[in-house]
Ligand binder design. Structure first.
Ligand SMILES: Nc1ncnc2c1ncn2[C@@H]1O[C@H](COP(=O)(O)OP(=O)(O)OP(=O)(O)O)[C@@H](O)[C@H]1O
Length: 344
């Protein structure tokens, strides 16, 4: 059985990316990305659409070759260490006409398992992902969330040292999301290194993961949630208007993003009265008001100038940091007020 739990030389990360660059024609998908993931560490890989997350996952899994740099898994070039990693890509890779058990047994054999190990391992991965009762059901008859759990289970059959999950909760319900997060945490507690890409900040917070932020192919931040909030701290008051935001003279940094004014302040809720007073008559055109307390969302705003969830149109996704709604026009009841809760 190709299980590999031999200890690595002390200090060798399970995943080591050094100076990774990748272009598709004129598009720079990744530029000089270096990242380590240690045994038992979960890294939440975040970035807006097109930031390079899937490219990074594919390179890490050895499915793509970087133009520059090196990918090492457990101290070896990835080409020699593929058996040590498991990848659950964004697109489902299971066979709908087969049952869950048939899928898992098929992929277990592909991964090199034989005889009783195939069935034992199938049962082992099915149980924590809540698939035991579904083993004899055809995948085609399962819900989207159940199918995604099967897809994730496939990546685990050979007990990888490194698990790559590319948006594992895309389109799944809240229960499946919670179950997956618990499962990933338990897995990491047994020593598996996990790289987890997602569009939902709340998941990264629930995973208690370190955070790696990609922006236009560059790794612009890496650290624990607490570290990032400390170094890119402060919160925001976000005010949306009909038409261009009014001028406001304020003692805090102000950015103007179309119809939205953002004011960065250490204690945004305390800054609010002064901000509203400075807007004067402009408040009559106010349609939405959002206080973003120091959190992963405020870190994102600071690093990229954009809300993380603002471009995410998945109906199944939770809003990690409070509503991201921006009404089309003024509400009859006045501006909508929301608050982003601090997580760190
Ligand atoms: N096969 C390809 N050919 C050409 N360009 C590509 C290809 N795959 C990705 N790209 C481009 O490379 C950049 C990074 O894409 P990638 O899919 O890695 O981003 P992502 O962060 O995973 O995005 P998303 O969150 O939308 O899945 C984007 O500009 C994308 O358009």
């Amino acid at each position: 059985m190709p299980t590999d739990r031999a200890p690595d030389p002390a200090g060798t990360p399970v995943l080591s990316l050094r100076g990774i660059g990748k272009r598709y024609g004129d598009t720079v998908a990744l530029h000089d990305v270096s990242l380590d993931i240690a045994e038992g560490e979960i890294v939440g890989l975040l970035g807006h659409n097109g930031a390079g997350k899937s490219t990074l996952m594919s390179l890490t899994a050895g499915l793509l070759r970087p133009d520059t740099g090196q990918v090492q898994v457990c101290g070896e070039p990835v080409a020699r260490a593929r058996h040590r990693l498991g990848l659950a890509p964004q697109d489902l890779g299971v066979y709908p006409p087969l049952t869950v058990r048939q899928n898992l047994c098929f992929f277990a054999e592909l991964a090199g398992l034989r005889g009783r190990d195939v069935h034992r391992r199938t049962d082992d991965v099915a149980e924590p992902l809540g698939l035991t009762a579904l083993l004899d059901r055809r995948v085609a008859r399962l819900s989207g969330g159940e199918q995604r759990r099967v897809h994730t289970a496939v990546a685990l059959l050979h007990r990888p040292r490194l698990l790559l999950l590319d948006e594992p909760t895309a389109g799944v319900d809240v229960e499946t999301r919670t179950r997956l997060i618990d499962f990933v945490r338990d897995l990491a507690a047994t020593g598996t290194a996990v790289c987890y890409s997602t569009h939902y900040l709340a998941e990264v917070e629930a995973l208690d993961a370190d955070v790696a932020v990609l922006d236009h192919g560059r790794l612009i931040a890496k650290g624990s949630l607490q570290e990032l909030v400390r170094s890119h701290g402060g919160g925001w008051v976000e005010l949306t208007f009909t038409g261009a935001p009014p001028e406001a003279r304020l003692p805090w940094p102000v950015t103007d993003d179309g119809d939205t004014l953002r004011v960065r302040a250490d204690q945004p809720h305390l800054a609010l009265p002064e901000i509203l007073a400075a807007l004067g008559d402009g408040t009559s055109r106010l349609t939405n008001l959002n206080v973003v307390r120091p959190s992963l969302e405020s870190v994102f705003l600071h690093l990229t100038g954009r809300r993380y969830t603002a471009q995410d149109d998945s109906p199944a996704g939770p809003s990690s940091t409070g509503p991201r709604d921006t009404p089309d026009g003024p509400s009859a009841d006045g501006p909508r007020t929301t608050e982003t809760v601090p997580h760190a």
